[in-house]
Design a protein around this ligand. Structure first.
Ligand SMILES: C[S@@+](CC[C@H](N)C(=O)[O-])C[C@H]1O[C@@H](n2cnc3c(N)ncnc32)[C@H](O)[C@@H]1O
Length: 457
């Protein structure tokens, strides 16, 4: 049924109506706006704008810029009414029309998809793709990013276009392991159900080589609860005290944290309060950051708010200054510039920091070690993480977990994660040569996912 009809611009009593956009969509570039203005000045508004009614206040579903240009030029702007839609339907239609017609950058297109997913997270990727006129794989990849950054919850089932619930994910592609390998991985794994404050005291002193963990964050709504900042600090202080007892003398602990806002433009300070407390109480070995190279421009980054993308997690690395670490296992792949250096070139040059260096020495060290010194910023792309057992709302990026396990867990060593969730850290630990991994979580369901991940992925 066609629900559109053309309307006259003036209201019944001849007053001009007021117009409001249904959505704040990406603005036109100055060149695009000028081109539209020029076109309208020559030909008038040829394509009617789409509004929700013909009353004194009209919502523009499509055509904000045409309406503005017509106003500026004092021209009439034809309208078509699309009646009978609710707010959500109008927003979806506005997005799809913009995606279909406008020259949007890749990032702007993904942002429109992200906005739709935030609004309808329980709808299947194909449903969202159909409404917006984009490929379902694009929706899947944006969903993956939003879930991994906690912008939307993971739904175990999604509502398709046929109004049927479908499982959110296909079963993971199984890694081919022999029954012996699967048994060995399970035997090397201890999963303990309970609050880690109760479980940690049952683990013997000086028995663990490294702790790598991605705990819950305060003031974030999750299916496993929401904590105040004070409760969170209390929890973490207890965990750190136990960690020091449980770790071997050369062991260390990494806590992966991402700060959040109280409101746009006002950060919460729990991360730095914890960091300062732990560094003074114990010792901060080094500041290390994980950088999500593909973080989306989400909360607070709109033009009117103007913040930068949140893309950095702080890895709070605690332990004695001389704690165990193996730099050889985390060397950086040499850059093409380093690889291009000739080992025979021993002329002394001045670097950017004004210190002298020899190209040949740099090339020689990289070739002999198999890589160059790693940076304290780990670039990790969230969108390309392996693993399909994804029914956890805040799964840790596998590559990040694997990097720390390679660096801190000696071959055959013992790894502990007191907030194990769906077990990505434990899986990475076993993949990187840990002899034993121990995971604790308050939710038994997550530990079941962890068990599956450890044997199948
Ligand atoms: C950020 S998630 C961990 C994600 C995990 N690394 C993964 O990849 O699935 C934090 C986990 O801590 C668990 N948790 C929260 N409070 C806890 C507590 N007091 N003791 C043990 N686990 C807790 C939650 O159930 C959640 O699974």
């Amino acid at each position: 049924m066609n629900r559109t009809r053309r309307v006259v611009v003036r209201g019944e009593k001849g007053q001009l109506p007021r117009y409001e956009p249904v959505l704040d969509l990406p603005p036109l570039s100055p060149e695009q706006y000028e081109a539209l203005r020029h076109h309208v000045a020559l030909h008038g508004v040829l394509v009617p704008i789409l509004v929700d009614g013909d009353g004194p206040v009209r919502r523009i579903i499509d055509g904000n810029h045409r309406r503005r240009v017509a106003d500026e030029l004092g021209y009439d702007c034809p309208e078509v009414v699309q009646a009978g839609m609710d707010e959500a339907e109008m927003r979806t239609l506005a997005r799809s029309l913009n995606l279909a017609r406008r020259q949007l950058s890749q990032e702007q297109r993904r942002q429109l998809v992200a906005d739709q997913l935030v609004e309808t997270p329980g709808r299947s990727n194909r449903w969202v793709a159909g409404r917006l006129g984009v490929h379902h794989a694009t929706v899947a990849s944006v969903r993956c990013l939003l879930e991994s950054t906690g912008q939307i919850d993971q739904c175990p089932a999604l509502l398709g276009a046929d109004q049927r619930l479908q499982p959110a994910r296909k079963p993971p592609r199984a890694v081919l392991r022999t029954p012996e390998e699967r048994r060995a991985r399970l035997e090397a794994t201890t999963l303990l159900h309970g609050d880690c404050r109760d479980v940690l005291p049952t683990i013997p002193s000086a028995s663990v080589d490294a702790i790598v963990t991605d705990p819950p964050y305060p003031e974030v709504r999750r299916e496993y609860g929401r904590m105040t900042e004070a409760d969170w600090l209390d929890l973490m202080k207890g965990v750190v005290a136990e960690a020091r007892r449980i770790l071997k003398p050369t062991g260390s602990m990494v806590v992966v944290l991402q700060p959040n806002y109280e409101s746009v433009g006002r950060m919460r300070l729990w991360l730095w309060e914890f960091l300062l407390w732990a560094a003074r109480e114990w010792n901060l070995v080094q500041d290390v950051y994980a950088w999500a190279t593909d973080a989306m421009p989400l909360a607070g980054t709109g033009r009117s708010q103007g913040l930068t993308r949140q893309s950095v997690k702080t890895c709070v690395w605690l332990g004695p200054p001389g704690c165990y670490r193996d730099q050889d296992r985390v060397l950086k792949t040499p850059s093409s510039r380093t690889s291009a250096r000739r080992r025979s070139d021993l002329a002394v040059r001045e670097g950017r920091s004004r210190k002298g260096y020899k190209e040949g020495t740099l090339a020689g060290v990289a070739a002999e070690r198999g890589g160059t010194t790693p940076f304290n910023r780990l670039p990790i792309s969230n969108g390309r993480q392996p693993g399909g057992h994804g029914d956890h709302p805040s799964r840790t990026a596998y590559d990040l977990a694997a990097w720390w396990c390679r660096y801190l867990v000696p071959e055959g060593g013992v790894l502990l994660d007191p907030f194990a969730g769906s077990g990505v850290v434990l899986q990475a630990g076993l993949d990187e040569g840990a002899g034993q991994v121990i995971g604790i979580d308050k939710w038994a369901g997550y530990l079941d996912i962890a068990r599956g991940r450890i044997v199948d992925e």
